[in-house]
Design a protein around this ligand. Structure first.
Ligand SMILES: Cc1ncc(COP(=O)(O)O)c(C=O)c1O
Length: 464
């Protein structure tokens, strides 16, 4: 055993022998062991040693109401007591499923006709593609099936969702992406913009490159384009001004459907109910999950417009049934918690709360822009990122990408702050209930950690 290897606890040993962790380096994990989180309250979580951490990522961008919300817990308890399980197959239904779908339709910025449930964001996005294919077959356009996504977009890990995700880690060794998925430009001005190119020119170029791809593939073969309003797991990439307006015009020109992946941005994160409102998107269908239930129960939803709903309904009649559905899609627990979550967002005015604290959050993030290690700062509502760079102000990457980001993430943990390093971008996405004092606490150790990370990066030869 190496001398610097920490003594692992009983829990850590059991964890290593019993679990394969998602998105974890299993070799390193065997050395360092798991971090066992035991409880949570408000924006804080506590580990088994009783240490307190501010959860700067709301878990996985999802616990918008923080931890230990008694109203949500009670709603879950009540539903489990009344009807712990039922499904929506073969025309069965239950009240929470109806009520939540009605509520979602009411809140969406674009008129949508029907809601279909799953349990995860990945299921929602796989469902999107299946519904679009079903629709295209129903309307007599069977050749219109390709999907365009963006490099660094994140849409989940099931086979089609992972194909649409534009990250190498999700493709290599999984034999993905599927051939029918094509990727276009990442709308990241700092990294992708050319010398002398303005933001507006960059937006226009992104749209032009999308158009070139559609033309190269053949517009009659391209069914849909999928986009997150703000890219989350790709590094919190906020598109440049005019981007979605330009993209929308191209989609319209070639009759390409627009899937809006609101799995992170939905339900207040960007300061509006949906990111589509903040970023000016005009989707034909929407994927939702995460903050839909405040993450207290797994649930996802797909909303489709009238045109698609009509065609799918008619086709299901012709075929005898709509051959798609999940055992736990529209689980009563998820739906009841979802109804309560949306009620809480409205009654506690979560949009007002996000808009109230977002300026301080943005100001804090931007205040690190002058730090010699920080290359780019991005923010939208209550999500943001700081990207570290070896040769500021250039967008040059470290020779060994991700090392400095990981160091920074680990230093912050020692200071009681949980954030997530995505490569060399440090992502921020705190529970939406965070107070101004808690925002101060979230950022308090950052300057010191950035200084430490820079000293370490120089000592290790990652930068000059
Ligand atoms: C935008 C987006 N879409 C889809 C997903 C996939 O969701 P899930 O992990 O619930 O399958 C995620 C997960 O982070 C996401 O951020």
């Amino acid at each position: 055993m190496p001398e610097d290897r920490p003594q692992l606890t009983n829990f850590q040993m059991r964890d290593i022998e019993a679990l394969l962790h998602p998105y974890t380096n299993a070799v390193t994990h065997r050395q360092v062991g798991a971090h066992l989180i035991e409880s949570g309250k408000g924006v804080f979580v506590y580990d088994e040693q009783g240490r307190r951490f501010i959860e700067g990522m709301a878990g996985l961008w999802c616990a918008g109401l923080g931890f230990g919300d008694e109203e949500l817990i009670e709603a879950a308890r009540e539903q489990l007591g009344k009807l712990p399980y039922y499904h929506l197959f073969g025309g069965r239904t239950h009240e929470p499923a109806i009520e939540l779908a009605e509520k979602i339709k009411e809140l969406l910025p674009v008129p949508m006709a029907r809601v279909f449930y799953g349990s995860s964001g990945s299921e929602a996005n796989d469902t999107q593609v299946k519904m679009i294919w079903y629709y295209m077959n129903a309307i007599g356009k069977p050749e219109k099936k390709k999907i365009i996504s963006r490099r660094k977009g994140y849409h989940g890990v099931t086979l089609v969702a992972a194909s649409m995700t534009g990250l190498p880690l999700n493709h290599g060794a999984f034999d993905l992406p599927f051939d029918f998925v094509k990727h276009t430009t990442t709308p990241h001005y700092w990294r992708e913009g050319r010398d002398g190119e303005t933001e507006a020119e960059f937006s226009a170029r992104c749209a032009a490159e999308l158009e070139e791809l559609i033309l190269a593939e053949g517009p009659d073969t391209v069914a849909a384009f999928i986009s997150e309003p703000v890219m989350g797991a790709g590094g919190v990439i906020v598109p440049p001004k005019g981007y979605f307006e330009a993209v929308g015009a191209v989609l319209k020109k070639y009759d390409v459907l627009w899937i809006d992946d609101e799995v992170i941005c939905g339900f207040g994160r960007t300061g509006n109910w949906f990111g589509a409102e903040t970023l000016n998107m005009a989707p034909t269908s929407v994927s939702m999950a995460k903050q839909l239930t405040g993450a207290y129960a797994p649930l996802s939803a797909v909303a489709i417009n009238q045109d698609m709903a009509d065609a799918i309904e008619a086709e299901s009649g012709a075929r005898g049934s709509f051959g798609h559905g999940f055992t736990y899609g529209g689980h009563p627990l998820g739906c009841a918690v979802g109804v309560k979550t949306l009620e809480i967002y409205q009654k506690r005015d979560i949009l007002f709360q996000v808009r109230k604290v977002a300026p301080l959050f943005g100001e804090k993030l931007r205040s690190y822009a002058d730090h010699p290690l920080v290359g780019d700062v991005r923010v939208c509502g209550l999500m943001g990122a700081i990207e570290v760079s070896p040769k500021k102000p250039s967008a040059e990457t470290f020779a060994a990408p991700g090392k400095v980001g990981a160091y920074l993430q680990n230093r912050l943990i020692e200071h009681g702050v949980i954030l997530r390093a995505i490569g060399d971008s440090l992502a921020f996405c705190p529970p939406m209930i965070i107070s101004e004092a808690e925002i101060e606490e979230l950022f308090a150790p950052l300057e010191t950690c950035l200084d430490d990370a820079m000293a370490w990066a120089k000592a290790e030869g990652h930068m000059e």
